[in-house]
Each structure stands twice: as C-alpha cells, then as structure tokens.
Design a protein around this ligand. Structure first.
Ligand code: SAH
Ligand code: SF4
Length: 395
C-alpha cells in the first residue's frame, strides 16, 4: 500500500566516484587477510601486526579514506600504502528521504550493479537495513526482491561498505579517541533484511559482520545485529557459532502447504526441520530470543487458527513474533490484512505469552519498506515493459 501522506522526497545525488584502479581495496579484509596483504606487499613482518591495528582503526573507527591522513604512520610508509592500496566504499548514487525520516540509499557496486540500503531513525536509536546480494535466488511470492533474479553475491567490502556510507551520510564518525556509546549512536543497529538471502552468502556476511562487531572497528555489539533468513537450515547453526548475532526467521505460515507457496525454500527444509534447528540456536549463540517474522497477507495466513497454530509450533523456543503488515509493490499478488485482523492475531499471540509487535511500515512513500526493495535499474526495466504491454506495443 503506498502511503497517502504527502511525499517529501529529497533526491540528492552524491557523486563520489573513485578513479578506476587496480590497487587493492583494504576494506572488507579480515584482520588476518589485512596482515597477509601488507606483508605480501612489502611491510616488514615484525611491524605488520601493529600496522594492521593502526590502519584498521583509521578505516573503521575514524572513517578515514586517504592514507595521507593516517598520521601515526611514517610519511614514507603512507606513500607506499597509497601506491598499492585504496580504501574504497561503494558509490552512493542517490539518496531519498521519506516523510517519516527514513533514508534510502541506492548504492552502486562493481560491475554497475545496484543495491538498496535503508536507514530507519527511531526514538533513541537508528537501524540500518543492509543488502547481502543483488537480487535473490529464492522466489518468495510476496517479496519484490524475489522477482529479481540473483545477479551476484556482495563482497565483504560491499556489505560493510553500506554501513560506512551510511555513517558518512549521517556524519557519524567519532572524533579520534572518542568512540560514542552505543546508545548515543544514530546508527546503533544493523539488520540483514535488505535484498538477498544472507545465508546464501555466508562467508562474506560473516567477515563483514566481524568488522562491524570488532571493538577497534565499527564496534557494534553482536546483540545489535540481526540476521534474517528465509530458513537455510544447514547455515543456521554456523550463524550462531561463527557470527553470534541475533537471528530472525521469515516464518510466515503455520502449515507446510501454505509455507511451500509463500517461502518455497520450505520444500527443501520444512517447518519441522526449521524449528528443530531453531531450538538449538539461542544456546549456541548465547543470544536472547529469536524473532519470528510473519507477514500478514489477507485471507492467506492471517486467521485466528493460524495464530493458535503458530503459538503451538514455537512452544519452548525463546521467541518474539514480529507481525509485518504486507507492503504492496507494483503487480504484487497479495493484499495486506486489515488492521482489525492483525490486532486479533496479535492478541492471541500476546495472550500466549509472546511479545507480538506489529511492525510499522517505514519509508513506504519511497518504496523503502520491507520487501519493496529491488534495484532501480531492474525496476525501470520492468516498468518500461509494463508500459509497453499496457499500450499494446511489443516490449
Ligand atoms: N532474505 C531474508 C532477508 C531479507 S527479507 C529473508 O527472507 O528473511 C526481510 C524481511 O522482509 C523478511 O521477513 C521478508 O519475508 C519480509 N518481506 C519480504 N517482502 C515483504 C513484503 N512485501 N511486505 C512485508 N514484508 C516482506
Ligand atoms: Fe529472497 Fe528474503 Fe525476498 Fe525470500 S523474502 S525472495 S529469501 S529476499
């Protein structure tokens, strides 16, 4: 549903094109990879460990992109670094600001591909919703991204780069030596809920999140990062062990029959298998609750019987249920459940002892809400095809 409120769109083009280069990008390398890269390019082994720490802090704690600004390194060494390396983040090609303050960035990555990143300001905190793939291999029937074929996985640099460009835009790099407390931050939380299935790009997502969580890096606690998966069962335990962030699961249905149509990965790992794996997650990651995401689709999955089944299914799992009113997109095959229906569903869950927040759609006027993301180039192509169909011309 598109918002009826007046749209105040502030479309800004931020041109930050970096020159084409064959120098190595240091962004997105793990500490071990950074060490190896420095040594392989001439940094004496004895010094390399210390240099890693220094360069790491400049890049991730202070937001510095030029080696010349890294003043605790010798001038000659800075020049050497600049010859061989770059500190490069993806290019932000446009920014839209919603009437509700939500910001959507269109981010261009190597190869000319585009992904979207959304910043959602809230009382006392701010959440950045980042993408992990261009498009998605999965085809959830209610999701706009699912209509776009997978183009490619994002690299760790492109994933952590989304956090860095958002911090650039928010003006939120701390003064040297003055890392802000988490609660004071504009960008205080990260959710992997943008385009793509993060668990089908596991290694890159893990490496990027390690940088985001690193105390000398972007320094967000693992409890402030939530990874959302459609249910890639074999990777869930690995998420607990190797990342340790919070987990959200796109559950969306209470019978295999319905889940097979909404979240087709269910045909591979069904509800019972998914729940078995989820039962082990909080113990493994030492995290609190698992978020069950549940999109409210009119007449499809929103009955009181569904709510009761849901409660029964998740029994014994520390959980909260996040009800997401369906966000429509051009040509979407479903409608959003009525407010009354959503409320009745939420009440049943709440009475069973679970938190059941109803997610307020944010940034609908700029197509930034959950499930509406799709790269703009792809969208433009589709709408031209649609126009051609409507006017009876061959696409
Ligand atoms: N691929 C991952 C993460 C991205 S989707 C996953 O599926 O979990 C982030 C959340 O938005 C998921 O819960 C997804 O099911 C939900 N979503 C997708 N399309 C939506 C839509 N049109 N309206 C509301 N929520 C949607
Ligand atoms: Fe992919 Fe998630 Fe959309 Fe499903 S809901 S198509 S897994 S992005």
């Amino acid at each position: 549903m598109t918002a009826s409120a007046p749209i105040t769109q502030d479309v800004v083009t931020i041109a930050r094109k970096l020159p084409e280069t064959d120098r190595i990008n240091l962004v997105g390398l793990t500490r071990a990879q950074l060490l190896e890269t420095l040594v392989a390019n001439g940094t004496p082994e004895k010094q390399a460990k210390m240099r890693v720490g220094q360069i790491w802090q400049w890049i991730y704690q202070k937001g510095v992109r030029e080696f010349d600004t890294m003043t605790n390194l010798a001038k000659g060494y800075r020049a050497e670094l600049a010859e061989k390396f770059v500190v490069e983040v993806p290019e932000v090609v446009s920014k839209q600001v919603s009437a509700d303050g939500t910001r959507k960035y269109l981010v261009r990555i190597a190869g000319g591909h585009e992904v979207e990143t959304v910043y959602i300001p809230e009382e006392g905190r701010g959440t950045l919703c980042i993408s992990s793939q261009v498009g998605c291999t999965l085809t959830c029937s209610f999701c706009h991204t699912g209509t776009q074929k997978l183009v490619r996985n994002l690299t760790p640099a492109e994933i952590v780069g989304q956090v860095m460009v958002a911090r650039d835009d928010l003006g939120e790099w701390p003064e040297p030596g003055r890392a802000p407390k988490d609660e004071a931050r504009l960008l205080s939380n990260v959710v992997l809920m943008g385009m793509g299935e993060p668990l089908y790009n596991f290694d890159a997502v893990r490496d990027a999140m390690k940088i985001v969580m690193d105390g000398e890096g972007i320094s967000l606690s693992r409890r402030r990062i939530t990874l959302s998966t459609s249910g890639v069962v074999p990777e869930i335990a690995k998420t607990a062990e190797e990342i340790g962030c919070l987990l959200a699961v796109s559950f969306h249905a209470t019978t295999d029959e319905v889940r097979d149509t909404l979240v087709p990965i269910n045909k591979k790992w069904n509800i019972a298998e998914l729940l078995d794996t989820l039962r082990a997650y909080p113990k493994l990651s030492n995290s609190e609750r698992i978020t069950f995401e549940y999109v409210m689709l009119k007449g499809v999955n929103d009955s009181d019987a569904d709510a009761r089944r849901l409660v029964k299914l998740i029994q014994g799992i520390p959980a909260k249920i996040n009800l997401i009113p369906f966000n429509e997109w051009p040509g979407s095959p479903y409608e959003r459940s009525d407010q009354k229906r959503i409320k009745s569903f939420a009440d049943i869950i709440y009475k069973a002892g679970y938190a059941s927040p109803i997610r307020t759609p944010r940034g609908e006027d700029i197509m930034a809400a959950c499930g509406q993301l799709k790269s703009a180039t792809e969208r433009a192509r589709k709408s031209r095809a649609q126009i051609a169909a409507e006017t009876g011309q061959a696409g």
